[in-house]
Design a protein around this ligand. Structure first.
Ligand SMILES: [Zn+2]
Length: 326
């Protein structure tokens, strides 16, 4: 009797329960994966195109390819490009969350524009025109690869998508966000950026006449009282940020920031020294860009020294996680 009972249980298990378990587990798994893919494939971004003054809807991942190709030399190391891809994707999603349906106030209806104001985006055709067919052949697959390999990944701080500011070259140390912009972000802290030696922007120099400097300053700032006879005694650097950029500077009777002077003269950064000899002024700058967040040349240097994209992002953005956006 017992063996018949076992046989019946065995038959029931093999014919009914086992298939049910298999069907049940198969049934659950695939739709989940499919729907996840569907969602991330469907993510689109509204890009305001300055030249045509139109808004284009572009798949997020295609957009990221166009930003990576426009914002970083494609010859850079794979892990630097991956870090750039994640930063570019994060920036778009951050703005989408921040501005919602209305879009950015500077370009309503679109969360990003295709220019430096947000981050530069060019599509494949524009890149071919800007570079060459050969460039597309040599580098486009590399760009596609880094974007596909990091698909959906974004940078978060305590679960929230961050504003991943980045710049070309810090000049040795990055900046605290509040020293350059007004907002303090806990993940945008001043950190050392020791691997930038391949950047041609670490140190630069421009020479202008004292006359040109005085004219440019006085055109915008009316109360400096600067003249050729008092200029040598009228300039004094009062304060620098942790990263070395000038936060306060005496210019005659006014107090300006290094950024003010940078904008007036088109300097590469607000980290500079001035020397005056006769009627010539020499501005020696360090770095290129605002200096906040990831240094792109620093990222490439880190990648050359064996650091992964995750190491790079966690170095330049403090206390962050890298996770799939959902
Ligand atoms: Zn913009």
């Amino acid at each position: 009797m017992k063996s018949i009972l076992y046989m019946i249980i065995g038959i029931v298990f093999t014919l009914i329960i086992l298939p049910m378990v298999l069907i049940f587990s198969c049934d659950i798994a695939p739709p989940n994966i499919e729907s996840e893919e569907e969602i991330s494939d469907e993510l689109t971004i509204r890009v305001y195109v300055k030249e045509s003054q139109k808004i284009e809807k572009i798949s997020l991942e295609e957009y990221v390819k166009g930003v990576v190709a426009s914002e970083m030399p494609a010859a850079f190391e794979i892990d630097a490009l991956k870090a750039q891809a994640i930063a570019a994707r994060t920036k778009a999603i951050y703005q989408r969350i921040k501005y919602g349906e209305k879009g950015h106030p500077s370009h309503p209806g679109a969360e990003v524009c295709n220019a430096v104001h947000c981050q530069v985006y060019k599509n494949k055709e524009q890149l071919e025109r800007q570079y060459s067919k050969d460039w597309i052949k040599n580098f486009w697959p590399k760009i596609e690869g880094v974007v596909e390999d990091t698909k959906g990944l974004v940078i978060t701080y305590k679960g929230k998508v961050v504003d991943p500011l980045y710049h070309s070259t810090s000049g040795g140390k990055t900046e605290n966000s509040e020293d350059v912009f007004t907002a303090m972000a806990p993940y945008l802290r001043s950190v050392d950026s020791p691997y930038e030696k391949d950047s041609k922007h670490v140190e630069s120099e421009i020479v202008i006449s004292t006359n040109e400097f005085i004219t440019k300053v006085n055109n915008v700032y009316k109360n400096t009282g600067l003249t050729n006879s008092n200029i040598a005694d009228s300039l004094e650097i009062l304060q620098r940020s942790e990263g070395g950029r000038i936060t306060r500077m005496k210019v005659g009777n006014e107090t300006l920031s290094g950024r003010n002077i940078r904008e007036l003269l088109g300097l590469k950064s607000a980290n500079f020294k001035i020397t005056i000899s006769g009627n010539k002024m020499v501005f020696k700058t360090r770095g290129y860009g605002h200096g906040v967040g990831m240094s792109q040349y620093g990222a490439n240097g880190m990648a050359k020294n064996g650091y992964s994209f995750e190491d790079i992002l966690k170095h330049y953005y403090r206390g962050v996680d890298i996770e799939v956006y959902q």
